[in-house]
Design a protein around this ligand. Sequence first.
Ligand SMILES: [Zn+2]
Length: 202
Amino acid sequence: MDSLTCPSCGASLPVETRFVKVVICEYCGQSSLLKNRSLDPTGEKVNLASVDSILKIGTTGTLRGEPFKVLGMLRYSYEDGFWDEWFLELQNGKKRWLQEDEGEFTSFGKESITSPIPPYKDINVGSSIQVNDLNVFITEKNRATISGGLGRLMFQISPGDKVEYVDGNASGKLLAIEFTPEEINLSIGESISLDEIELDES
Ligand SMILES: [Zn+2]
């Protein structure tokens, strides 16, 4: 699979891995599900995020020495601003994402949840909860809306979706727990300094 045609504007859109589930056209904002090797428009046009970042869709480089390619991004908005999440494909089909918040980067990977997590409403900032084998100190609790995006995504999103999330830390690691109506997602990450991201010449 190399490229497919946007069903809305006809642009040629690269689709390089079988893990891609949603494509957001970088030209017209049409959001399409990838089905049977063709793009099926969901009827939604996404707000294209205007990006002021060192990263772009298609950027290649290394993160702590490990080669990556940027496949897509989502913008999360909350009452005080927004942050962006850049989806990276690493070698061997591994995935990570870089959260960019006012120029600060955090690298996250998804982890499975092996112990029950309390419901969002029962978690309080300043308290601790047990997550897997970690005792997590909660530093933030908030709601955000997916307000825009670009490129290829590995999971099915609906722009406008709201998520509830808590952030915390444990043993020098950063944890982010996202509560959607369908599922709870746990991500564990660490801060990345700018000199740990090297971009290829383009
Ligand atoms: Zn398009």
